[in-house]
Design a protein around this ligand. Structure first.
Ligand code: GDP
Ligand code: MG
Length: 223
């Protein structure tokens, strides 16, 4: 028990109590500093979509843990949730990234995962035509599922470090045009454009919310 935790404790002989008090004070100080600087915190749920092996898990691990590999260790993931906070302008985005898995190669879509989702990161590998074909089907299913003709999507051309391409840049650009969404060339292996994926996704989600200044260059600060 710590009866006067927020103010100088009555019983300062109790070490636990003092530590707890200091901890609470530090939290309140940080919170009020943030408040005075006009910083807001919002939660955003993002879903990673893509064929098995395109590098979804590698992408999110690069973002969250700054790690890649070990290479060629194929781990068919079950659905996993990753959490990471990033700050853009005066907003701290507490992101939850759902790394989907399972039957996604059949273009089915996890209804469960999409509950409460704010945006979708559609990943294909530039070495696999079928991974792009699958995304087209998934998008149709997703739009049917949510009953809309548009949804915030960032299209990611993964493994752009590889030369043995099945999908040219032009094909990706054309699809992004059709979908009216951003396209990013990414390599989880070489750490290319990873943070930009999430910055772009969050800015797209907030396009009309007024939380962020429109048309600003990516400036996502990883917390
Ligand atoms: P997931 O099934 O979509 O989650 O794909 P993984 O993240 O498990 O990656 C599948 C394979 O692709 C692994 O062997 C990774 O090492 C490899 N990989 C992932 N990202 C890249 C990349 O950017 N470049 C290259 N060359 N290989 C990658
Ligand atoms: Mg995976």
């Amino acid at each position: 028990m710590c009866p006067n935790a927020l103010y100088p404790p009555v019983d300062t002989r109790s070490t636990n109590c003092t530590i707890q008090t200091q901890y609470l004070r530090a939290i309140f100080t940080m919170a009020s500093l943030a408040e005075s600087a006009g910083v807001r915190t919002v939660n955003r749920k993002l879903i990673l979509i893509g064929f098995r092996g395109v590098g979804k898990t590698s992408l999110v691990r690069r973002f969250v843990d700054k790690e890649f590999g070990p290479e060629d260790q194929y781990v068919p993931t079950i659905e996993q949730s990753f959490k990471k906070s990033v700050r853009i302008e005066n907003i701290v985005f507490k992101t939850e990234v759902i790394d989907t898995a399972g039957k996604d190669e059949y273009a089915t879509f996890s209804r469960q995962a999409s509950v409460g989702a704010h945006g979708y990161i559609f990943v294909y590998s530039v070495t696999s035509q079928s991974s792009l074909d699958q995304l087209i089907k998934v998008r149709e299913n997703l739009l049917n599922l949510i009953g809309s003709d548009t949804v915030p999507i960032v299209l990611v051309a993964q493994k752009c470090d590889l030369n043995e391409r099945e999908i040219s840049s032009a094909v990706g650009v054309q699809l992004a045009k059709e979908w009216n969404c951003p396209l990013l060339n990414v390599s989880a292996k070489m750490n290319v454009n990873i943070d930009k994926v999430f910055d772009t996704m969050l800015r797209l989600i907030e396009k009309d919310s007024g939380l962020l200044q429109p048309g600003k260059k990516p400036s996502c600060k990883i917390l």
